[in-house]
Design a protein around this ligand. Structure first.
Ligand code: NAI
Length: 307
């Protein structure tokens, strides 16, 4: 068990993201304290963390000793006062602006003056989140991706009042945790990752809606081609390698053909209206039977081994 004085990071909200974030730090040798308000959820956190670590153990990424050591570095409490000694606190409570703002007021009364308060928000801009804070210079967004123990990207988004020193400090902390932080120059909606993700999803929906291909075919194209390419290079590196004159020619013809509106979301709305929410309900664009789930788990294990 981590003792309070040696906490490297505090995480408020022990849900899907909070436990994954805490586990990433614990795996990197950094004691993490999770503050979770719901007693039942708090009691289950060690088991959730154990499950995440078991996936890494099964994939051969860590051994038993590292798994046990990581678990020993995780602590759970319901009391925000436990964060008094934390140099950095990452907020991972649900996406509710008022609830997040109310939490920051409580946090500011507990943590040290120079402690960083970061939000894992999916979409609120840092200036809206920190609007009521006393010390806005200590606040920034640190947007992890799910699952945080396996996806290294963290989008760091400073607000207009954020101290550059806070940005440098959180980047150093994330580096130590084996994450791959990027710092945005401006807080654009969706930051970078979600904009790219939704640009791809819009075109994927457009292709399926046009009748040119099924979701299976679009997924196959992504996995067999672009997914592989993008795991080792970004779109600008890829453009440079393809030759900018060549891509300019293709783009000039193709760009006007691409989907530009959000009306393609109708295709998703039809599923949602039928209660087909995806893997969680067993049906979305695909049927999530045992075979498909087992296949995905095997692919995830392979990817964890390669990382
Ligand atoms: P979640 O609902 O799984 O977990 C939130 C947890 O916070 C719950 O266990 C809840 O009991 C706890 N909580 C609520 N208020 C609290 C308080 N005042 N003090 C202590 N604990 C409190 O939510 P999830 O999915 O982990 O999302 C958390 C944040 O991360 C949201 O802002 C979300 O937009 C963002 N995010 C989510 C991603 C995802 O894929 N789910 C990906 C990236 C960011």
């Amino acid at each position: 068990m981590a003792d309070q004085d040696s906490i490297s990071v505090g995480i408020v909200g022990g849900g899907l993201m909070g436990v994954g974030i805490a586990t990433r730090f614990a795996l990197a040798g950094m004691p993490a304290l999770v503050v979770e308000a719901r007693g039942e959820r708090a009691a289950g956190i060690p088991l959730v963390a154990q499950d995440i670590l078991s996936q890494l153990l099964d994939a051969g990424v860590i051994d038993g000793a590292r798994c046990d050591a990581a678990l020993a570095r995780l602590r759970v409490t319901a009391d925000l006062a436990g964060l008094a000694a934390a140099p950095v606190v990452i907020e991972a409570i649900p996406e509710d602006l008022q609830a997040k703002q109310a939490l920051y007021a409580q946090l500011e009364a507990v943590v040290a003056l120079d402690a960083i308060i970061a939000s894992n928000t999916s979409g609120f801009p840092p200036d809206a989140l920190s609007a009521q804070m006393r010390a806005r210079e200590r606040f920034l967004v640190a947007h992890f991706w799910n699952p945080p123990h396996a996806i290294p990207l963290v989008e760091v988004v400073p607000g207009s009042a954020t101290d550059p020193d806070a940005v440098e400090r959180i980047v150093r902390l994330l580096d130590r945790a084996g994450a791959e932080p990027v710092v945005l120059k401006a807080a654009i909606p969706g930051f970078i990752g979600n904009r790219l993700q939704f640009a791809v999803l819009r075109e994927a929906l457009h292709i399926v809606r046009s009748g040119a291909a099924t979701p299976d075919t679009v997924d196959a194209v992504m996995k067999a081609c672009l997914g592989r390419r993008y795991s080792i290079m970004g779109p600008f590196e890829s453009a440079d390698l393809g030759g900018l004159h060549t891509l300019l020619g293709i783009g000039a013809n193709l760009m006007p053909e691409l989907a530009k509106d959000e009306d393609v979301l109708e295709l998703m709305r039809e599923h949602v209206d039928k209660g087909e929410l995806g893997a969680a309900t067993g049906q979305g664009f695909h049927t999530w039977d045992e075979d498909r789930i087992a296949d995905l788990k095997a692919r995830r294990r392979r990817q964890l081994r390669q990382d």
